[in-house]
Ligand binder design. Structure first.
Ligand SMILES: O=C[C@H](O)[C@@H](O)CC(=O)C(=O)O
Ligand SMILES: [Zn+2]
Length: 278
């Protein structure tokens, strides 16, 4: 498990490209028949990928030393969205079929959790976010059709896109985790512009469905002090509360966002007018 410390925005201004990447870029997310884990001390989110190909992958970590518990979700909740082929998730003996673009929420106190692929030739890829939790909510699957959609933006500003909200209070209760996926229309390359910050939540963006020779220039930093980080396929970026999070692709892409913090009202954002960005 990799551990990332929290950071003050004044310190962030001094970082060079490599330092920004070391602190905020999460990669690789997927490794064959394995789980990857990055633990951010910002709201204690854990971010990673679970990629079972020809054997089952268990949700596990160095529990005693890294998490201080006897099983992973003893004091946590987890959300995962499958961006690969058909997958199967087993939670304490109950089986959930989680297909492409479907999500699963796994409640606190779920003890034995295994992920499998239905077909090793088209393996599942579960991108997950995991957060501290204090109440157990029911484990359930959420389909793309059930995810509450919002379409925003316009073709002329190259930001026409639909935000599918899988794990939000309108769909199901969670302790703090919010998760969804944003799909851009053909020719639209900007996400989250005009941009925002949210004092009451941190966020992680995970970019995928990208060509090998494509990049997303992801902008971060305080609105008046921005930097960029070049992100390639299946990589994630951590965004502290003081940071904007917005990107533009050299080619098409899709992304998953996940938020952790104290307020679950999706629209609780501090919007920044484009002329105010520096
Ligand atoms: O706080 C909310 C998140 O940044 C995303 O939902 C924004 C997003 O998907 C978009 O504008 O495309
Ligand atoms: Zn946001």
């Amino acid at each position: 498990m990799q551990v990332r410390q929290s950071m003050h925005s004044d310190y962030f201004k001094q970082l060079d490209t490599q330092q920004i990447r070391d602190e905020f870029l999460v990669q690789p997310v997927f490794q064959k028949n394995d789980i990857t884990l990055t633990y951010s001390q910002i709201d204690r989110i854990i971010v990673g990928g679970i990629h079972p190909v020809d054997k089952a992958v268990e949700l596990t970590a160095d529990l005693g030393e890294s998490l201080g518990v006897s099983y992973f979700l003893e004091r946590r909740e987890l959300g995962a969205i499958n961006i690969g082929g058909a997958g199967v998730v087993e939670v304490d003996g109950e089986t959930f079929e989680v297909g492409s673009e479907e999500a699963i929420y796994i409640g606190k106190e779920s003890a034995k959790i295994q992920f499998r692929s239905a077909d090793p030739k088209n393996p599942a890829k579960f991108y997950y976010n995991c957060a501290p939790a204090h109440v157990r909510h029911d484990t359930r699957k959420v389909t793309l059709e059930e995810a509450s959609p919002t379409t925003l933006g316009e073709a002329k500003s190259s930001n026409r896109r639909t935000i599918y909200k899988y794990l939000v209070p309108d769909v199901l209760p969670t302790c703090q985790l919010l998760m969804g996926m944003t799909k851009l229309e053909d020719g639209s390359l900007w996400n989250t512009m005009p941009c925002h910050t949210h004092q009451r939540r941190m966020e992680v963006y995970f970019y995928f469905n990208m060509a090998d020779d494509a990049a997303v220039f992801h902008f971060m930093g305080q609105p008046q002090e921005t930097r960029h980080i070049a992100v390639h396929n299946e990589q994630a970026v951590i965004s502290p509360s003081w940071s904007i999070h917005s990107g533009v692709g050299t080619q098409s892409y899709t992304f998953i966002w996940g938020m952790v913090g104290e307020n679950q009202v999706f629209t609780d954002m501090d919007h920044i007018a484009v002329p105010d960005i520096r």
